[in-house]
Write a protein that binds this ligand. Sequence first.
Ligand code: FNR
Length: 181
Amino acid sequence: QKLNFVVLTGSLRQASYNAAIAKTLPELAPANANIIALGSIGDFPLYNADVQEQGMPVVVTEMADAIAKSDGLIIVSPEYNYSVPGVLKNALDWISRCSPQPIAGKPVMIASASPGNVGGARMQYHLRQILVFFDARVLNKPEAMIGQVHNKVQEGKLVDDDTREFLAKQLLSFTVFASKP
Ligand code: FNR
């Protein structure tokens, strides 16, 4: 049975390394997994409960629906100041207010990339904490923390063979994980 995964990118930067990795994932997925990009979280308003009271923004409900219909959510994000970028936290705050909350019980895979050596590891542990609130089912291992990413991306795609192989293994593990009831 074919699984449909959706990818959320935590960087709004045009030449984002993390977006490049997200864009490469479909090539690395096993044959029984389909990976589609979600829209940009840059279109989300800043979270404000007063705005929410006037009605949930369409960009938010559309993304929530796409996540709800998927078999799993993949988040690829940079680390900002040892944590989750504000834009990603903002998007997650909005999505957490949707009812039913679409990430509850949903399989989630995390990957991060940085020009530094730690590859966004510290961000991942903050993201995992947020996902506890969501009651998501987060893949523990393998963990994909891609350091020195500026040497691994060319023309908007991940080209480093070892990293491609590693992400293919992570996607295979995620597909097995997401197939379990
Ligand atoms: C960074 N960067 C960064 N890198 C890192 O490894 N740990 C960190 O804590 C931070 N903090 C941080 C804060 C802010 C505000 C910025 C703008 C950047 C560097 C970051 O990894 C680098 O800019 C990446 O290229 C961002 O990812 P994208 O946009 O290329 O996907």
